[in-house]
Design a protein around this ligand. Structure first.
Ligand SMILES: NC(=O)C1=CN([C@@H]2O[C@H](COP(=O)(O)OP(=O)(O)OC[C@H]3O[C@@H](n4cnc5c(N)ncnc54)[C@H](O)[C@@H]3O)[C@@H](O)[C@H]2O)C=CC1
Ligand SMILES: O=C(O)CCC(=O)C(=O)O
Length: 424
């Protein structure tokens, strides 16, 4: 099957995700049935969404992959991207099941996608697409069924339109069905920066463990300068690191003396291009992966560090802000060369952990303060990083990776839930 409603299903990302999952199932000594469950989604819903674009109707394909709900409602973002495939969406939903399990939150995993370049749509058209997605999927969503949030190409404004559409159909306000909403519409201020913040708490914890000192004075390079990358840069700099490179599709800004992160964020939000930053050397987008840095944060998209470029990476610690940025071949090379990778399902879990806290607030119609929430999130990220490190030191398999340890912990929790439910 090459397409569903026109959306391609092929995905190197999915093949790699399944390869990595199989490896962890073997490392952890799990039964084959566990792989059989986790290597396929429980449900895939494909919908057509008609939207009037420039006066005529365009039909967009929308998807929601509900991967596994043994631990609770399906949970994960919605991606608007012109090249996303259904296979990519399945890979992302699989990672959500594992991420939510490792995070210790009461969620299964899901992910949505629409094959669209949101930058080509006018605001009204984007709103119609967001509302159309909810109308088409209404019966499959719900605060105790499936709770979406943003991912690449979506944002709090889109969540606001979505929660409004869902509430209109339901005939009452139901805030807890979407997370990462604007603050004025039942959101929590921490969610905006939660993913990047969590990446940096994980980086700090691993730096201390591996090198005996935290991020202070360390050189950090950030590839991808959207929600995850910008806030990772911000918190790295706040924790005393020197951010030497930041990159988006317009290029890399490199300054070995350190970039003014606030200025870079201001420029990016004004012109849409980080390359407009006044100062530093201007390099190609992928050069941020290769600069001299102690810590590299890939925060753009999957398959960024792969067999073709891995030998150029110089950092000794890679902290995955993006989902699936390192292919298995690249990871094997890096492991052999003494590089530690803090895997996506641990490193970028700050976003969904904060979504969970927002959901708990919404279910009770209450709010916590920003400081209280960030503190709670930081502690969860630090504890989970330590749990993974401990598991890593227990693994007796040759060439085991931190990713293996994280996945084994994640699989253990889902396996227990599936056993208790009588699924396996
Ligand atoms: N937003 C969130 O809360 C979470 C996001 N993630 C993951 O983080 C990654 C980034 O997501 P967001 O920051 O939300 O997306 P975003 O759309 O806000 O930002 C993506 C950034 O990557 C850049 N980019 C894309 N391709 C690039 C390339 N080839 N070279 C250099 N830069 C490139 C874009 O220019 C943009 O600056 C994705 O893998 C996403 O799944 C993971 C957990 C939560
Ligand atoms: O906050 C959420 O539910 C979305 C998180 C997400 O999509 C991710 O972690 O990749």
């Amino acid at each position: 099957m090459n397409s569903v409603l026109g959306m391609p299903t092929q995905s190197i990302f999915l093949q790699d995700t399944l390869k990595t999952l199989m490896r962890a199932v073997e490392v952890g000594g799990f039964d084959k049935i566990v792989y059989d469950y986790l290597s396929r989604p429980m449900r895939v819903i494909a919908v057509s969404i008609p939207v009037r674009v420039n006066g005529s109707i365009t039909i967009f394909e929308g998807y929601r992959v509900q991967h596994n709900n043994a631990l609770g409602p399906f949970k994960g973002g919605i991606r608007f991207h012109p090249e996303v495939t259904l296979g990519d969406d399945i890979a992302l939903a699989t990672l959500m099941t594992l991420k939510n399990s490792l995070a210790g939150i009461p969620y299964g995993g899901g992910k949505g996608a629409v094959r669209v370049n949101p930058k080509t749509l006018k605001a009204k058209e984007l709103e119609e697409l967001a509302r159309g997605y909810v109308r088409a999927l209404y019966s499959a969503l719900g605060p105790d069924v499936d709770i979406p949030a943003p991912d690449v190409g979506t944002n709090p404004q889109i969540m606001a339109w979505m929660v409004d559409e869902y509430s209109k159909i339901a005939g009452k306000n139901i805030p807890a069905v979407f997370t990462a909403k604007p603050i004025e519409l039942w959101g929590n201020p921490v969610r905006e920066y939660a993913t990047g913040y969590g990446v940096i708490v994980a980086a700090e914890t691993f730096m201390k463990e591996l090198f005996g000192s935290g991020l202070s004075g360390a050189r950090v390079s950030i590839h991808g300068f959207g929600n995850t990358g910008q806030w990772a840069a911000y918190w790295a700099s706040k924790m005393g690191a020197k951010v030497v490179a930041v990159a988006d599709t317009s290029g890399t800004v490199y300054d070995p003396n350190g970039i003014d992160v606030n200025k870079a964020m201001e420029v990016k939000n004004k012109t849409g291009k980080v390359i407009d930053y006044p100062g530093g050397q201007k390099l190609k987008p992928d050069d941020a992966l290769y600069v001299n840095a102690d810590v590299l944060v890939p925060a753009a998209i999957e398959n960024t560090i792969n067999a073709s470029n891995v030998s150029r990476v110089k950092a000794k610690l890679i902290v995955e802000g993006a989902n699936g940025p390192t292919t298995p071949e690249a990871e094997e090379y890096l492991t052999q060369h003494g590089v530690t990778i803090v895997p996506d399902i641990l490193a970028n879990a700050g976003g969904v952990i904060m979504s969970y806290l927002e959901w708990v607030e919404n279910l009770q119609w209450m709010t916590w303060s920003e400081d209280e929430t960030r503190d709670r999130l930081g502690k969860i990220m630090e504890n989970n990083s330590r749990k993974v490190m401990n598991k890593y030191s227990e693994l007796k398999v040759k060439n085991a990776t931190v990713r293996d340890a994280a996945l084994v912990l994640a699989i253990e929790r889902v396996e227990k839930a599936m056993k208790l439910r009588g699924w396996i």
